[in-house]
Design a protein around this ligand. Structure first.
Ligand SMILES: [Zn+2]
Length: 488
């Protein structure tokens, strides 16, 4: 290979959203190399890939791993790195480090659950979620010791503090800038010395919203100086979000109506930040005296509850108005009279016996795993239940069946008649929409040499490419699997 900087995408590309993995390879003039992996996400859609232990690139010459944020499609395959022999450092925001630690602990526990289930045979699917996740397959042997090894080598960083990821080798300098997507999410600027010249590459994947009137997080950082190349997400290419303020009002109205009618209100929400945005909105209603005094809201999502202290520790990542809410130690979105945090599984089970009105917020956001599956199975056939969808539903998942308002819903292989009312609140999205991304690249990043479109289905990616190409005077490429791009 000639001296220079090279880029390859291995996931979150080519019409696939998930499994983000981006490799930057620097070949020095003396032909020594430096290799940085940006993100190591899991491909949820492909079970073979998700459960396998292989990674699609060489790990033996990898020097460092930089993680943009704590969503599973960006960190879910981190555990496979030690399995493939990687012993080097990890970098990410301190909040990302905390989320990775929680995720790895959970994944390692799941391995034990899978193994235990294998020993004792089939059982109650609710008691052993994902227990039969590995039927007849080679088990990935990811265990607590690997999680420990990763965390010992993980350096938590702050925003806007440059660092050298590759130790003695000094070809890369990296800096994290707030992406405004989830707590700790980062746009990463790589400044790479190729011989005597510097190439600056900025990753904008995933980018938060800047159109919110009432954001929970800060808006994405926009001052970068001169940039040569950028990676931009196409998640919502060609689509426009509804006003975030509207979802706050919609939720308040829905809770009010549900309470008046004595309903059991079940809100499906992703455990990382979506749940917290909803809590923040319910707290807004509480402050305005709009929540009935005797209404109990149960947060029944262990993953979301574990993130509460991480958010409280990183208040600087929140918007000014959210900081004001959270800095109050007496009453804040995680602590107000209507809210109960459910920790024990037996308390979660007991909720299903209660009569409405009450609210349960639970994960997963797609209604296909976690405690919400049991709540749904118990109440989907009850016309006294109100089911609230707050996020994207992958075609085929349980939430998508609800969203389609089907008469019959399949939950863990069993068919239920749906009598519960289903309502969708739009615009809790944490990604910038198409126009927001275009605006970010054209008006703030202003790349001088090229743009790479990643993290989008085929149509949104093509929209993003077309739109950016019409506004910029540089090549705009949709990143393709297996292709190597030379930068510079
Ligand atoms: Zn994300």
């Amino acid at each position: 290979m000639q001296p220079g900087l090279y880029y390859q995408g291995y996931g979150g590309i080519d019409g696939v959203l998930a499994g983000s993995k981006h490799v930057f390879l620097l070949v020095h003039p003396d032909l020594t190399t430096e290799k940085v992996l940006h993100d190591c996400g899991n491909v949820m859609e492909d079970e073979e890939v998700r459960l396998g232990r292989d990674l699609p690139f060489r790990v033996d010459n990898l020097d460092s791993v930089v993680l943009s944020h704590g969503h599973f499609d960006h960190i879910g395959d981190v555990g496979k790195l030690p399995l493939n022999g990687y012993r080097g450092p990890f970098f990410g925001h301190t909040a990302t480090k905390a989320i990775v630690e929680q995720q790895l602990t959970y994944q390692a526990q799941q391995q034990w659950i899978a193994k235990a289930a294998e020993r004792i045979g089939e059982g109650d699917a609710f008691r052993k979620p994902r227990a039969n996740a590995y039927p007849g397959r080679e088990k990935p042997a990811f265990l607590q010791k690997h999680a420990r090894q990763i965390m010992e080598n993980f350096q938590g960083m702050r925003y806007e503090t440059p660092f050298i990821p590759n130790g003695e080798q000094r070809g890369f300098i990296a800096t994290l800038y707030d992406a405004g997507h989830i707590i700790g999410s980062s746009q990463v600027l790589y400044e790479v010395m190729v011989g005597d010249s510097k190439i600056k590459v900025l990753t904008c994947v995933d980018l938060g919203r800047s159109d919110c009137e009432v954001p929970l997080l800060r808006k994405p950082h926009t001052e970068f100086g001169a940039i040569d190349y950028c990676l931009i997400e196409a998640t919502y290419g060609g689509k426009q979000h509804a006003d975030r303020h509207k979802s706050r009002e919609d939720l308040e109205e829905l809770v009010f109506r549900g309470c008046r009618d004595g309903k059991r209100i079940l809100i499906g929400a992703f455990s990382i930040m979506r749940t917290h945005a909803i809590l923040s909105d319910l707290f807004w209603s509480y402050k305005r005296g709009k929540l009935p005094r005797d209404l109990v809201i149960y947060l029944d999502s262990p993953g979301a509850a574990k993130l509460n202290p991480v958010i409280m520790k990183h208040l600087e990542c929140l918007s000014d108005s959210a900081q004001r809410d959270f800095r109050n130690r007496q009453e804040n979105p995680f602590k107000f009279p209507n809210l109960r945090i459910v920790r024990d599984r037996k308390d979660s089970v007991a909720l299903d016996k209660l009569r409405g009105p009450y609210v349960i917020i639970s994960a997963s956001g797609m209604w296909s795993m976690g405690r919400i599956v049991r709540h749904l199975a118990n109440h989907v056939s009850d016309s006294n239940s109100l089911l609230v969808i707050t996020g994207y539903q992958k075609p085929g998942c349980t939430g998508a069946q609800l969203e389609d308002l089907r008469g019959e819903i399949e939950i863990e292989g069993k068919t239920y008649t749906r009598r519960a009312e289903v309502v969708r609140i739009r615009s809790y999205g944490a990604h910038a929409d198409g126009n927001d991304c275009v605006n970010h690249v054209v008006n703030h990043v202003r790349p001088r040499k090229g743009v790479f479109v990643v993290h989008g289905d085929t149509e949104p990616s093509e929209w993003m490419q077309r739109t950016l190409a019409s506004k910029l005077d540089v090549p705009v490429e949709i990143v393709r699997k297996g292709r190597t791009y030379r930068l510079g």
